[in-house]
Structures are given as structure tokens and as C-alpha cells.
Design a binder for this molecule. Structure first.
Ligand code: FAD
Length: 335
């Protein structure tokens, strides 16, 4: 492992917040977490950081950041129909997508282009264009903290939900995911329920195939989301709210073109539309703003401070509440 003291985090969070941490540890092998537990390092405050694309640091972190850098994709089982992969936490998500393309494994293609590392994917059950990663996860393996006792949870035990899992709830901060097991199909089957994706396929005059879906998802994402090499952000800042059906019906008198989807406990609304209707899309004050092409995305145009981002998202939450009586919840982990 590599240990750094008073480490700058600007290049380790896609919001590009200029903060630092007391200690930064790069884990080069999963078992190093056991060594850290034996040395009592985990008795101090710690935070596990992958690619930093789903976090907002609001101040310097006065503890230890644990950052997995071990990578690798192992084939554990294979037959004519499917393959089981065990993927190390430090593997870039996009490297896994490329691996699937190269070997023609189906299931994850709609999740192309999501920044971050594989070890973080189960934490908020990443999702895009009608697919959630839970649909392909077989199991999650790692260590419970601070004891470093090994665990392996089958998918059913991971309590996956919309942008949620046991790792974001009761095990938040209490486990280190070392590997994710995926079961992928070797036979073509596609999820084409999302309008923007089917429209892009039609627009580019492409038949559904693994390559074409990856290409179209990239095109749709590029047209709607900022390039994180140029503009700081953490993707969708807010979760889409789920409200009782009666509330959604009542809201239609205020927003006749209200977008809504059926959800388990009511109706899911599009947080981006509510923020847009409240007049925030494209808002900018100094370097903090709401992305003009997607109102769900809070952005740092360069030198926004954590306080400015914090003030902006709190103001958006209270304004949306005042106008529509809906409380938006951040999807991003706020530290
Ligand atoms: C431009 C942009 C677009 C995005 N689009 C999407 C999208 O379409 N869909 C979507 O779902 N998300 C999206 N995101 C959010 C983000 O990319 C995902 O949530 C991603 O999985 C985060 O990966 P990361 O490695 O950067 O995680 P981090 O931000 O580093 O960490 C996220 C959380 O996981 C925990 N964690 C990380 N690694 C481990 C580990 N090994 N063990 C235990 N806990 C761990 C962290 O403590 C933290 O709580 C987007 C973000 C950006 C910037």
C-alpha cells in the first residue's frame, strides 16, 4: 500500500473541490485492509473513495481516505449462454464495459459512460436508460469494517433499490467492497425501454447490437451531461422523488406536462423537470450553477467553493419545496 499525508483531493473528486485529507491510502491488494484493521488504523475516522464521482466534499476531511487501486477481471464460470465475472473494486467501470464489448457479453451496455470504479457500482445500484446494475450482479464480496471480517453477499441480500443498497444504508461506512461478481448473458438481449436511447438508434439509423447501443448511450450522455474533464459535477445531484399518486395528479394542475413513471410506493417524478419548472435550469452565480442541458446536475465551472455549491443546492431544494411541496433529496454523498 502507499500512504500519503495531508493529501490534496482535487483530482480525486469529479466536483473538483479543492479540499484535502489528513491521510490517503492507496490499497494495492484487497488483503491490505486486514493489515490496516490489525494496526488499529480503522479505529480512526476513515472514508472509502473510488473515483470520487458521487461525492461532494464540503470541507477538508480530517481522517483517512482508503482508495482501492487493485484491478482485474476474472472469468469464474462460463457456458454457452452466460459468463460469471469477478471484478476487482479498483477496476474502472468503463474498462468493464470495454471488456464486455470485446467478448460480446450482454447486460451492462446501457450503463456505458458512468464514471467511477467497479467497487462503487453496487453502493448506489447505478442505473441508466432502463437498466440497474443489480440486474447483472450475482454477489458482492469484501470485508466488514472495522474488524476486516470477510463477507460475501448474494444479490438478494444486498437490498438493492432505486439508487440504494445495503451498502448505502446499514452498511454505509462499515464495509469495504473488494470484488463484484457479475452474471452476464452471451446471448443478445437488450433493454430498449428508454425513449432517448431508441430515438438515438433511430436517428443514427442503427439496428440494436452491443456496439450500437454503447455508441448511442455515449452519444445521448455526451449531449446531456457535462464533460467532467472540463466542468466539475457529480452527475445527477438529486434523486427522482417518489410521491403518492394523488399528489402527482394534483401537481398536474401546476405542471400539465408533468413527467411521471409508475414506482413501487407511488409515482416517480423527474427531479430535473421540477428544478427546470422552478426556473433554475442554466442558473449560474460565480462558478456554481445548474447545468443548462440537464437541470439535475449541479456544476462547478472552475473555482466554486464547497460553501457556494452547498448554498446553491439548499436554495434549489427549498425553492422546489415552496413551489411544488416536494422535498428533493441529494443522490450525491455529502461529506
Ligand atoms: C458526469 C456523471 C454522470 C453520472 N451518471 C450516472 C448515471 O447515469 N447513473 C448513476 O447511477 N450514477 C451516475 N453518476 C454517479 C457516479 O458516477 C456513480 O455513482 C459511480 O458508481 C460512483 O463511482 P465512484 O468510484 O466515483 O464512487 P465514489 O464517488 O468514490 O463513491 C461513491 C460511494 O461509494 C462508496 N464506495 C466507493 N468504493 C467503495 C468500496 N470499494 N467499498 C465500499 N464502499 C465504497 C463511497 O464511500 C461512497 O459512499 C454520474 C456521475 C457523473 C460525474
Amino acid at each position: 500500500m502507499k500512504v500519503f499525508q495531508d493529501f490534496p483531493l482535487q483530482d480525486h473528486n469529479t466536483f473538483k473541490m479543492k479540499v484535502s485529507c489528513r491521510k490517503f491510502i492507496e490499497l494495492e491488494r484487497p488483503e491490505e485492509i486486514v493489515t490496516l484493521a490489525e494496526q488499529q488504523d480503522l479505529a480512526q475516522p476513515y472514508y472509502i473513495l473510488g473515483g470520487g464521482s458521487n461525492v461532494l466534499f464540503t470541507h477538508d476531511y480530517e481522517g483517512t481516505i482508503l482508495h482501492p487501486v487493485f484491478q482485474g477481471i476474472e472469468t469464474m464460470e462460463e457456458d454457452a449462454q452466460s459468463v460469471t465475472l469477478r471484478v476487482a473494486a479498483g477496476t474502472e467501470w468503463e474498462d468493464l464495459i470495454d471488456h464486455c464489448l470485446e467478448h460480446q457479453y450482454y447486460g451492462l451496455e446501457n450503463l456505458t459512460g458512468i464514471p467511477g470504479l467497479v467497487g462503487s457500482a453496487p453502493v448506489q445500484n447505478i442505473g441508466a436508460y432502463g437498466v440497474e446494475v443489480k440486474d447483472c450482479i450475482l454477489a458482492v464480496e469484501g470485508y466488514l469494517l472495522p474488524t476486516a471480517e470477510p463477507f460475501r453477499y448474494e444479490a438478494a441480500a444486498c437490498q438493492f433499490g432505486y439508487r440504494s443498497s445495503i451498502f448505502k444504508k446499514e452498511l454505509s461506512g462499515k464495509c469495504f467492497i473488494s470484488h463484484v461478481w457479475f452474471r452476464l448473458s452471451k446471448e443478445p438481449h437488450y433493454t430498449l425501454t428508454y425513449k432517448a436511447l431508441t430515438e438515438e438508434l433511430a436517428h443514427q439509423q442503427l439496428e440494436p447490437s452491443l456496439e450500437n447501443i454503447v455508441r448511442c448511450v455515449r452519444a445521448v450522455r455526451d449531449s446531456k451531461l457535462p464533460n467532467i474533464d472540463e466542468i466539475g459535477c457529480a452527475g445527477s445531484f438529486f434523486q427522482n422523488p417518489v410521491v403518492p399518486e394523488a399528489q402527482a395528479t394534483a401537481l398536474k394542475s401546476q405542471i400539465p406536462d408533468l413527467v411521471s413513471y409508475p414506482a413501487v410506493n407511488g409515482v416517480k417524478l423527474a427531479a430535473g423537470q421540477l428544478i427546470d419548472k422552478a426556473g433554475w435550469k442554466g442558473y449560474r452565480k460565480d462558478d456554481a450553477g445548474i447545468y443548462p442541458k440537464q437541470a439535475l446536475v449541479v456544476v462547478n465551472y472552475g473555482n466554486a467553493t464547497p460553501e457556494e455549491i452547498h448554498q446553491l443546492y439548499e436554495t434549489v431544494i427549498s425553492d422546489v419545496y415552496n413551489k411544488f411541496q416536494i422535498t428533493l433529496q441529494p443522490e450525491v454523498n455529502i461529506l
